[in-house]
Design a protein around this ligand. Structure first.
Ligand code: MOS
Length: 734
């Protein structure tokens, strides 16, 4: 046991090392772009240099003259080849309804406008840079407040959207003894997974194989089938390893169908690895948000009124929204709540899910506001959370299935040494460094989706489990293997786990932190079916029972739809549609995982350089399958949270609606020197209502709350409240 592999407490599984770890660190893990195909052509994207307007013509002479160039696809020769896809939030599969290479229209900067195919990557790249494009340019709208931005209420954009409300906010806020009324904002961010957006397509007759990193192979299979107008049965998606995703590889982006069309047209496999900067515009991202928070409280700290209004940027055609007021309206006991979400259409690529999509920006605003309220009340911020803790959400009065928020605060504050904090801002100092301590609540909705799996046990004591789930770095291979090993009484190394292939039994998207709950549940079900066929012997006698039966291997296929999703969501899973349920969407209960995060910042008194020497997070997420992989997820989340607070932001040139820092030199992510000591405490929790195994997802829990904790610590160090992320030196110098 070590810090990275914590000793399991009650209701926690052992810190088994990742079963795919050796393959990964020895370079044997084959990521989609690594898969060799016979005699490929290489594709290189040409993307739009303007954000709004039309292409009037291409001059392809110089590009075609590059030796090795095989073809150049533009809207002029591929118009109509890709069918109009349906945006995923409208019930389709696509990350955007924008259809590149279909018309001359430009919807956003960096839109795919041509695909160059050549014998080598180098030739394709050179030719792509020789493509000359003539445009008629219109003045684009980049973001909030720019001319041409059009604002739409979320409930008008999407019929299913509800703005949670209860009681009478206006009256309660008007008469509240203590009030807070502030605005917060979060910037544009891009996932920037280490692995680039890559796609290889190979046809064998009518059969298409796609190698692409994906969080949802069934979704991609069906999404590409829709765009090509072919039967999904004719498409196989292989995504055995994924080098980071964070939401960016969850839906079908336009590139895949284009690569498939190129491969069909030229009769050869085609390989595309988009560049880092192209990744900023050919896939999704976290759009910038704004928040207006109003909190009213009694002198004793009890909340009486809460209003959360949010604004989010989206593209012209697509109504993407995260609308995190579902969470912030239910976090604390408050009888009068009003919420409202609006989306603002601009000339941008369509945003999408990015790690804890609603909670990261919306909880940042709420948890900053809670800290400001604590200051106004002259109350300890932990006590303010305790005063307003609740086992019932306030909107409909539904019970939390379990909620260990205050246990998390207690364990984290003890480890952090919070009791030694002097609440006076600027009062804790070490030489030239101003010390600030801040904290915030972390939370994430607990989801489950339908899932299927096949498990096979052979008389030589080996098991194989097959399910089209994905390991996006989270440890899915390992925890699924652990379930089989435990249920069938086998050593973990005797279990083979097959994931990431649309020819395997369908499993849901690796999103919404649902997979451990959804897939472990169905794998356990398949194992139980095997045990039951053998007369339910105990684990030690299972192999004897199998041999006695004399029928060779035994195999079970299981389907599960339980604990929220309706029965009809199971057949939909086979079509690549996921109806996960949980969080605040259930009729009889509300289910979330919780955490508490404490951060120390040091701000240099003269230069205002900001450092985070230590952070402590305590998290309770029901049954922990593996303390090592859980620790790793939570730690990574907190590092991301520090990045959200201090580093990450995509800068936009507002005149051109273009991303400026679309590279790893200028898009800042934290490195080891930015994160010194980081403690993750796993808090024991048992929850019998969320699903049969009592698992709450935690992949997206760790980075919720961190940014607010840092901002609150910066206030404590300096007396300066920065409400716009990321917090940079200039905000503290002004
Ligand atoms: Mo995650 S942003 O739910 O893929």
């Amino acid at each position: 046991m070590s810090a990275a592999a914590p000793e399991p407490k009650a209701n926690m599984g052992p810190p088994e090392p990742r079963i795919d770890g050796r393959l990964k660190v020895t370079g044997q893990a084959r990521y989609p772009a690594d898969v060799p195909v016979s005699n490929p052509l290489y594709a290189y994207l040409v993307t739009s240099a303007i954000a709004r307007g039309r292409i009037t013509s291409f001059d392809l002479g110089a590009a075609r003259g590059v030796p090795g160039v095989a073809d150049i696809l533009t809207h002029e020769n591929t118009h109509g080849d890709v069918k109009q896809p349906k945006f995923f939030a409208d019930g389709g599969y696509a990350s955007t309804s924008i259809r590149p290479l279909d018309s001359a229209q430009i919807w956003h900067d960096g839109q795919i406008i041509a695909l160059v195919l050549a014998e080598t990557y180098e030739a394709a790249r050179e030719a792509a840079h020789r493509v000359k494009v003539n445009y008629v340019e219109e003045t684009p709208t980049a973001t909030f407040d720019d001319a041409g931005a059009s604002t739409q209420l979320a409930k008008e954009a999407r019929k299913t959207h509800e703005d949670p409300e209860v009681g009478n906010f206006d009256e309660a806020f008007r008469t509240a003894e203590v009030k807070l009324d502030e605005w917060y904002s979060t910037p544009t961010q891009h996932h920037n997974a280490m692995e680039l957006f890559a796609t290889t397509c190979a046809w064998a007759g009518p059969q298409l194989t796609i190698y692409e990193p994906s969080q949802f192979v069934y979704g991609l299979q069906n999404g590409v089938a829709e765009q090509l107008g072919i039967d999904p049965e004719h498409i196989r998606v292989v995504s055995t390893f994924i080098g980071g995703a964070f939401g960016s590889k969850g839906s079908t982006t336009p590139r895949t169908a284009l690569v498939a069309i190129a491969a069909r047209r030229l009769g050869r496999p085609v390989k595309l690895v988009a560049t880092r900067d192209q990744g900023f515009t050919i896939a999704t991202y976290r759009a910038e948000t704004r928040h207006h928070l109003r909190l009213g409280a009694a002198r004793d700290g009890k909340l009486v009124a809460l209003s959360h209004e949010g604004w989010e940027v989206t593209s012209r055609p697509d109504a993407y929204m995260v609308s995190g007021t579902d969470t912030t309206s239910r976090m604390y006991a408050v009888p009068n709540v009003a919420t409202n979400v609006s989306i603002v259409h601009a000339d941008r690529n369509t945003p999408g899910f990015m790690r804890s999509p609603p909670e990261t920006p919306y909880m940042y605003a709420l948890e900053s506001a809670m800290d400001e309220l604590a200051v106004k009340l002259a109350m300890d911020p932990v006590e303010l959370r305790r005063t307003n803790d609740t086992m019932k959400e306030p909107i409909k009065g539904l019970p939390y299935t379990s909620r260990s928020l205050m246990q998390c605060f207690e364990e984290a504050s003890r480890t952090f040494g919070w009791s030694k904090r002097n609440p006076q801002p600027g009062s804790m100092r070490d030489g030239d460094w101003l010390i600030g301590w801040g904290c915030a609540t972390a939370c994430y909705p607990t989801h489950i989706a339908p899932a299927t799996a096949r498990v096979r046990l052979t008389p030589d004591g080996e098991a194989r489990v097959e399910t089209a789930a994905h390991d996006i770095g989270t440890g899915t291979y390992t925890v699924i293997g652990q379930v089989v090993a435990e249920k069938l009484g086998l050593p973990l190394e005797k279990v083979a786990v097959l994931l990431g292939d649309s020819q395997l039994p369908p499993a849901p998207v690796s999103g919404g932190s649902n997979v451990t709950a959804s897939v472990c549940t169905v794998v356990a079900k398949a194992c139980d079916a095997i045990r039951s066929r053998l007369g339910n012997p105990n684990a030690a006698e299972l192999m004897d029972a199998l041999k006695r039966q004399g029928a060779g291997a035994i195999e079970e296929y299981a389907e599960n739809v339980s604990n929220g999703p309706p029965p009809e969501s199971l057949p939909l899973l086979y079509k690549g549609a996921v109806k996960m349920a949980g969080g605040a969407t259930l009729k009889d209960r509300i289910q979330y995982a919780f955490g508490a995060e404490f951060v120390e910042v040091r701000v240099h008194a003269l230069t205002r350089e900001i450092r985070v020497p230590r952070a402590v997070g305590a998290f309770a997420a029901g049954r922990i399958m593996n303390t090592r992989t859980a620790h790793s997820q939570l730690m990574g989340g907190m590092v991301w949270g520090i990045a959200s607070a201090l580093h990450e932001a995509t800068e936009i040139d507002r005149r051109a609606a273009r991303y400026v820092n679309d590279n790893f030199a200028d898009y800042l992510v934290p490195v080891n020197a930015d994160v010194n000591q980081l403690d993750v405490i796993l808090v024991s929790e048992e929850d019998t209502k969320v699903n049969p195994l009592g698992i709450k997802g935690l992949g997206e829990l760790g980075n919720v709350g961190t940014a607010a904790a840092v901002a609150n610590a910066v206030f404590h160090a300096t007396g300066r409240r920065v409400r716009d992320l990321p917090i940079r030196i200039d905000a503290l110098l002004a």
